[in-house]
Design a protein around this ligand. Structure first.
Ligand SMILES: [Zn+2]
Length: 236
């Protein structure tokens, strides 16, 4: 694994890993949790609730209809899906998201969305439990800007959710944990700056600015992040 690349080979992957790949169209990175057995749990827009054509284009190839592996299960109305590794990668390269990186390393990464200064939970079982629980119980509504596949994987790895501050654009409730636990997940997840510059082409050009912008939203340094048990997440 090179200093500036998180690219790994398939035989290096471990259950509980947060992995991602780059979708060719739009150069969009897609994230998921590897749960073992060549299966990946990841969060996509619910096909029944897709609101825009671009959503459709980005997400339409989530699973191949020709895949013969036990692949593509999702609960009706839920955006959380389990796919085989092949369908998840779609011939793209495999990358492992890094946790607990130093601030220096974080700034050295040219692309956002490949590492965080937050630490993940050590136990792979804990991570896999969250992913499988959300596969069966859902993870709110997919929102490219506020609740997306990267947020899903970050949550599974850390148990951390970003709570919108009082007076923010979200639920309008106070930022206290007790009041947060009753609202839809989508309302309390917030990463508004993450997709301001969506393509790596632009990111490379404006790397310095983007890294600093992103750092401001990194869950490792935010003060509005809380640890939430997966069983406490409630759906609409
Ligand atoms: Zn498949």
């Amino acid at each position: 694994m090179g200093f500036l690349s998180n690219k790994i080979e398939r035989n290096e992957i471990k259950a509980g890993d947060h992995i991602y790949t780059y979708r060719v169209v739009f150069a969009y990175s897609h994230h998921g949790i590897y749960v073992g057995g060549k299966k990946v749990v990841h969060f996509t827009s619910d096909p029944e609730k897709r609101s825009s054509a671009s959503d459709d284009i980005i997400m339409s190839k989530t699973t191949s209809t020709t895949c013969k592996a036990d692949c593509g299960f999702r609960r009706r109305g839920s955006g959380v899906v389990i796919s085989c590794l092949n369908c998840f990668l779609q011939n793209g390269d495999l990358y492992r998201f890094e946790y607990g990186v130093s601030k220096a390393e974080f700034f050295a990464k040219v692309r956002g969305g490949s590492c965080t200064t937050a630490t993940s939970d050590d136990e792979a079982d804990t991570v896999i439990h969250r992913a499988m629980y959300l596969l069966h119980n859902g993870f709110g509504n997919y929102d490219v800007f506020r609740n997306n596949c990267e947020d899903f994987a970050l949550y599974c790895k850390t148990g951390l959710l970003i709570v919108e501050k009082e007076g923010g654009s979200g639920s309008g409730r106070s930022g206290q944990i007790s009041s947060v636990l009753g609202v839809p997940v989508a309302a309390i997840l917030s990463s508004p700056l993450k997709f301001v510059i969506p393509t790596p082409v632009v990111v490379t050009v404006t790397a310095g600015m983007y890294c600093i912008t992103r750092y401001a939203t990194d869950i490792g340094v935010r003060d509005d992040v809380v640890k939430v048990n997966v069983e406490d997440l409630q759906q609409k």
